[in-house]
Design a protein around this ligand. Structure first.
Ligand SMILES: *Cc1c(COP(=O)(O)O)cnc(C)c1O
Length: 391
């Protein structure tokens, strides 16, 4: 622990020297199955050969120019990403929070274009959208906001997975310009809404002229078992934000737009020095191709189903486990009691997971996981949870 780092993280006393595929090795040579992926980032695993090669080649030719000039890698990535998502235009930043900042600015432009002087955005309880001032204000968790008041205004909060609550807002609030929502709430503990929820939000947004803005920063890029989680509902958003797995560890964020949102940003409205630079865009192109070519969405669905079956066999009748939630390789095991200690117990057993919302063991393994590794993950996870509960 360094006295010269701002005390922002309660880091565990383990550091990793290298990684390969689904595994990491610490500086003492101990191996770990990485079932967290740096929080849904390294979906292709560590040291993914085509990415390593592309990064080495790009580093030896060009890291950065500027958005003052044309960046062919950025144009290619925008084309491939839009084709894959059924979207029209992309703005690139460097993180999830920045992608959501772009979405929030778009919603305000959209509101003003519709003659709303002080536009509002509907956001959900339990949501997580980032740590910048606007995105922490949009976040539905007091812990993220406390101490940072005054919050950015213009957000209306509604319970998650509650269509009637959105209908009620639609009935009495003339200032709303957009809805910002996670198709699966990640930080809240892998909270999966009922089938039909996003489709219902889509209909309300269409009726009211609101933008439907989906934060797929954690659930996107094939993790849910579809390339994008909205595909489960057969809809298309007006705005979608991506980051985390988009660069497999190279920082990049994206705000994709379509329909009424696609033409809102004009020169001078928004920008970023690093956003969309050649290195990050080339990395994301490799990532997108690998996910599509390897049909990793299908693999996420299959492996996720296997893991869920294994967990249900172990804990299905256990009173101490409140719920097992799974969509693709987004997995949450909710216990009845706070269970932060499971992180350490899993670490001892060579497994990386984390605990979110105090009671939920969150498992976000690489999408390249095979059947044998899935079984190994399940065994170590069950062992870790049992060690905690039997204590
Ligand atoms: C991680 C996350 C963010 C914030 O991304 P950063 O890259 O940390 O800024 C926003 N939304 C969701 C759903 C996330 O999971």
């Amino acid at each position: 622990m360094s006295d010269h780092l701002v005390n922002a993280y309660q880091s565990l006393p383990v550091s990793f020297a290298r990684g390969d595929g689904c595994y990491l090795w610490d500086d003492a040579g101990k191996q770990y199955l990485d079932a967290l992926c740096g929080i849904a980032v390294t979906s292709l695993g560590h040291n993914f050969p085509p990415l390593t090669a592309a990064l080495q080649e790009q580093a030896a030719s060009l890291l950065h120019t500027s958005n003052l000039y044309t960046i062919p890698w950025q144009q290619q990535l925008a084309e491939r990403l839009c084709a894959a998502a059924g979207m029209e235009r992309v703005f690139f930043g460097n993180s999830g929070a920045e992608a959501n900042e772009a979405a929030i600015k778009l919603a305000r432009l959209h509101g003003h274009a519709r003659g709303i002087e002080s536009p509002q955005i509907v956001v959900m309880q339990g949501a997580f959208h980032g740590r910048t001032m606007a995105t922490l204000s949009a976040t539905g968790n007091r812990k993220v906001q406390a101490g940072f008041e005054p919050l950015v205004g213009g957000f209306v909060r509604a319970p998650y997975n509650d269509v009637a609550a959105i209908d009620a807002i639609a009935g009495n609030n003339r200032k709303v310009a957009a809805v910002l929502v996670e198709p699966v709430q990640g930080e809240a503990g892998i909270v999966i809404p009922d089938a039909g929820y996003l489709a219902a939000l889509r209909r309300i947004c269409d009726d009211r002229g609101w933008l439907l803005m989906l934060d797929e920063i954690q659930c996107g890029m094939a993790r849910s078992g579809k390339l994008f989680a909205f595909e489960h509902e057969g809809i298309r958003p007006d705005v979608m934000t991506l980051a985390k797995a988009l660069g497999n560890g190279v920082p990049i964020g994206a705000c994709l737009t379509a329909g009424p949102a696609a033409g809102l940003i004009r020169p001078g409205h928004h920008g970023s020095t690093f956003g969309g630079n050649p290195l990050a865009c080339r990395a994301a192109l490799v990532v997108l191709e690998a996910i599509l070519d390897g049909d990793l969405a299908a693999n996420a669905a299959a492996r996720g189903g296997e893991l869920r079956a294994q967990l249900e066999a172990a804990f299905g009748d256990d009173e101490r486990v409140a719920e097992i939630r799974q969509l693709g390789l987004l997995i949450g095991v909710e216990l009845r009691d706070p269970c932060g200690d499971i992180v350490r117990l899993a670490l001892e057993r060579g497994l990386l997971v984390n605990v979110t919302a105090q009671k939920v063991v969150r498992v976000l393994p690489p999408l390249i996981l095979d059947a044998a590794q899935t079984a190994e993950l399940g065994d170590r996870l069950i062992d870790s949870i049992n060690a905690f509960m039997d204590n």
